[in-house]
Design a protein around this ligand. Sequence first.
Ligand code: SF4
Length: 181
Amino acid sequence: MSDDLNGKTYSFDVCAICKSICCRDANPPLTEERKKIIRNYLLEKKYPTESLFVEGDYAHPASDEKGHCIFLDKNTKKCLVHQVKPETCKAGPITFDINRQTGKLEFYLKKSEICPFAQIIYEDKIRLKEHLEAAKAEIFRLVNNLEAEALQAILRIEEPHTFKIFEEPLPENVLNKINFK
Ligand code: SF4
């Protein structure tokens, strides 16, 4: 999905009128590298950089009292760190899982009942292919760079309203992290 010169995105047009709030309770995983990139980006923009991240089973952005991601601008409904946002945010509405039987990285698309944007790209095979390529690059980078414990914790999260659209073998270093035999 390309940005136009006003910084408005194709997805934003659809997402702006959607009643689902993907940035609430999202908790996108963050690698150490991504945290550094986001912090530096905010420093450059002269935004505050205190209490940005939560370190639990895996690191993710902090949330407000309603569960909205700290990086969601309440007025514009845009992501403050759009240019450098976490890998799973860039990949959305494509999500991922790892199949421990096959050792493959599986890619899922959100169902249309929870994501109108997913329906639009599903019906447009060229856009779907483009977005899948972009999502694959993001997610491969993420699973490659995450610590083993964080990756294991993320894989325990259920994402029921999705369906599989693609799969690809994982590199050995990632298989070792999830103790694939
Ligand atoms: S980083 Fe941006 S896109 Fe991702 S959940 Fe937070 S506000 Fe939403």
